[in-house]
Design a protein around this ligand. Structure first.
Ligand code: CP
Length: 303
């Protein structure tokens, strides 16, 4: 049984294969319209989502398959106390593949241990978000033409931002990649990730200063401060506007900078920036659909 729970479940060769398939889907969509005929995807979302759930659903429809599922825990039997393990066993009777988002770290892993169909982690708490990372990698590959020899700035909530954690892990495997980690003191990357970077000899520095860091970056990965992970509303309000990217600040950035954001955006990128040719975040959301199509085909072993 193949699952995708952590981005490191995939080798760099497998990621290259998914990117190649996504590019082929973009170039020849008509060749993929019936690939999943007769197959069903279950989207089990215990937490809110716009991009991930709907891009998975669009992906399955565009492959000729069908979709079932729920978009909030309250409308499922989780509200009556059913476990993730039991839910995974039951849904395996109804669907060929499962995409699960859950507020608890590790819930999709538990589901994968009890399901008899492939399980995809569509975001688990503040932990990981491997399919967002696949969308990010496709975007970087298309914008830069490479996944190596890059300086990547991560800015914002690096503590709770699961997309940051997954992308750091993924990019750490490529040659000559350096990270600039820009965050308030309270929102620095978790200690376990810092130790991983140090253990693996990855080059990184931590700073609170976005403006000073901008000129050296090939990629700026902005993130939202994750309100839903805070215990204290006052802390969230104090930290939420720590960084706001404006056109004025971008004057010191490279002409070939690529600005990514997993979205949703709240206030951390001014809408003025949307018309800057360096802004890639809406393209990134579109690429998310194509790479999820490639992933569904891969996990279902469909050529
Ligand atoms: N990037 C992302 O995961 O967005 P959603 O929460 O809307 O799915």
């Amino acid at each position: 049984m193949k699952h995708l729970i952590d981005i490191l479940d995939l080798s760099t060769e497998q990621i290259d294969g998914l990117i190649a398939t996504a590019n082929d889907i973009i170039a020849h969509p008509e060749q993929y319209r019936e690939k999943c005929h007769g197959k069903k995807l279950a989207t089990l979302f215990y937490e809110p989502s716009t991009r991930t759930r709907l891009s998975f659903e669009a992906a399955m429809y565009e492959l000729g398959g069908q979709v079932l599922g729920f978009s909030e825990a309250q409308s499922s039997s989780a509200s009556k106390g059913e476990s993730v393990a039991d839910t995974a066993r039951i849904i395996s009777c109804y669907a060929d593949i499962i995409a699960m988002r859950h507020y608890k770290e590790g819930a999709p892993l538990v589901a994968s241990l009890h399901a008899t169909v492939p399980v995809i982690n569509a975001g688990d708490g503040g932990h990981n978000h491997p399919t967002q990372t696949l969308a990010d990698l496709l975007t970087i590959q298309k914008e830069k033409g490479r996944l190596h020899d890059l300086v990547i700035g991560f800015c914002g909530d690096l503590k709770f931002g699961r997309t940051v954690h997954s992308l750091l892990n993924a990019m750490s495997r490529y040659e000559n990649v350096r990270f600039v980690l820009i965050s308030p003191e309270e929102l620095r990357i978790p200690e376990y990730l810092r130790q991983e970077l140090e253990k693996n000899g990855i080059s990184f520095r931590e700073t609170q200063n976005l403006e000073e860091s901008l000129p050296e970056l090939d990629i700026l990965y902005m993130t939202r401060v994750q309100q839903e992970r805070f215990f204290n509303e006052a802390d969230y309000i104090r930290l939420r506007d720590s960084y706001i990217l404006t056109s004025d600040k971008l004057k010191n950035a490279r002409a070939d900078l690529s600005i990514l954001h997993p979205l949703p955006r709240v206030n951390e990128i001014s809408v003025q920036v949307d018309s800057d040719p360096r802004a890639c975040y809406f393209k990134q959301a579109l690429y998310g659909k194509f790479i999820r199509m490639a992933l569904i085909l891969c996990l279902l072993d469909i050529q």
